[in-house]
Write a protein that binds this ligand. Structure first.
Ligand SMILES: [Zn+2]
Length: 439
């Protein structure tokens, strides 16, 4: 296919990203990078511009993953961050381009990324030096020393120089400085870890990692620069409450929601990014059992406290059930929910593939397919702070489109099978055709 600067897609069915009731017999005019007009074929009049007849095709907004880490690492998770930190960061930076391009080919025209690389990658994709998705960059997230993203098997100074998704900040002054530094590098949003993330003994998901004062400063500093949103990794009820109090815009994970916290999120228009697949299968995905314990490097700080008492299976299962219960509660209470896969590194999880698995997981646990499409388009655009420009098919928005062979509202499997994507359009330009870059 070849798209001119101005063109009309005719005889299409539109799924708009908002209510997602398929509207058939439609046309869509594109001018430059924008959607100019949408209408019924009954009211269509040719005006001399290029016409592309797509009879039998479905058009929907490009998908958006609101939580990934294109940090360019390779790892199995067995050694935590060790394998990744042993590589030069330049290699990781280059590999992150491949990760981003895989996201685009899977239909994700925008990603909200938490990694140092996002700050620099977004410039390359923005100016079309290389094909890639729009990267809404959080840059590195703020974590305490010993927090998620510190890797205590290495000296602290080395981690500060080399970590891929973190900037270590302790105390109110360092938090303020870190926010300013990350914004200075070009971050669109600020991320922080209110709890640990479960990589190391120092990094338990059940521990609170920032004080209320530190969270307040992070939000205040970020919001001083208008348009900057704050996302908080919260895995406990206590930290969800603290983060809401501090004024965050999105809660990541949030597996200990209560009815009261859901009400607060609705009232304050805070979006939940549940990263459901990863957490609902957490203990089944961990490479436990394959590890040769005798060879394992154990930097865990609480070795003697924890080692002899591994988490029993019943407790693991209770945790995974809690994840699902929390998601179902949020859905029932009307909390805005955005798709985020938390893809971190291959081969443990594949870019693109895990995002589509997350899409299916949202449906598995109670969303309708149409709701899941909204989570992966309009609501994810809100989580990116980009709903003015992307996330739905509306006149005036950027033309980031998927051209599909089948109706994505028919069954969750339609989007999960990338062979159903005939073309991907970004900023009005044909970028991917039949799984290959068109330029
Ligand atoms: Zn994450």
């Amino acid at each position: 296919m070849f798209f001119e600067e101005t063109y009309v897609l005719t005889n299409i069915t539109i799924i708009d990203g908002i209510d997602n009731d398929p509207q058939s017999n439609m046309f869509l005019r594109v001018k430059g990078r924008n959607i100019e007009e949408i209408g019924s074929m009954d009211a269509y009049a040719a005006d001399g511009r290029q016409e592309i007849d797509l009879a039998g095709h479905y058009i929907m907004p490009g998908l958006i993953d609101a939580h990934i880490h294109m940090a360019g690492g390779r790892g199995t998770g067995e050694w935590g961050d060790t394998e990744i930190l042993c590589e030069p960061k330049e290699v990781r930076a280059m590999r992150s381009i491949y990760e981003a391009q895989k996201m685009l080919k899977a239909g994700f025209t925008t990603v909200r990324d938490i990694s140092w690389n996002s700050l620099y990658m977004k410039r390359i994709f923005f100016d079309n030096t290389l094909p890639g998705p729009k990267v809404i960059a959080c840059g590195p997230g703020l974590a305490r020393a010993g927090g998620h993203c510190d890797s205590p098997q290495f000296p602290l100074d080395f981690v500060k120089q080399n970590h891929f998704w973190a900037i270590i900040a302790d105390g109110e002054d360092e938090c303020r400085r870190a926010v300013r530094q990350v914004l200075r590098e070009g971050a669109d949003q600020i991320k922080f870890w209110a709890t640990g993330g479960g990589n190391w003994g120092t990094d338990r998901i059940t521990d609170t990692h920032y004080s209320q004062e530190e969270m307040n400063i992070i939000c205040k500093e970020a919001h001083m620069i208008k348009g900057t949103m704050v996302c908080a990794h919260c895995e406990t009820e206590e930290t969800i409450r603290m983060a809401i109090e501090a004024g965050v815009d999105t809660i990541e994970h949030g597996e200990e929601l209560t009815p009261e916290l859901c009400d607060l999120m609705v009232e304050r228009d805070i979006i939940l990014v549940p990263t459901l697949f990863l957490l609902a299968n957490w203990y089944d995905l961990l490479p436990i059992g394959d590890i040769d314990e005798t060879r394992l490097v154990r930097p865990d700080a609480f070795l003697y406290r924890d080692y002899y008492h591994p988490i029993p299976r019943a407790e693991q299962e209770a945790y995974m059930k809690q994840v699902i219960d929390s998601f179902e509660l949020a859905l029932k209470k009307g909390v805005k929910i955005a798709l985020g896969s938390d893809t971190v590194y291959e081969p443990s999880c594949e870019y693109g593939e895990q995002s589509l698995v997350e899409f299916a997981e949202l449906v598995k646990h109670g969303m309708t397919v149409k709701q899941a499409i909204r989570a992966a388009t309009y609501t994810a655009a809100e989580a990116c702070g980009m709903q003015r420009d992307i996330g739905s098919i509306e006149a005036g928005k950027l033309a980031d489109l998927l051209i599909l062979r089948d109706d994505p509202t028919r069954d969750v499997e339609v989007l999960c099978n990338t062979e159903n994507i005939r073309c991907i359009v970004t900023d009005g330009r044909l970028t991917v055709e039949e799984g290959r870059f068109a330029w």
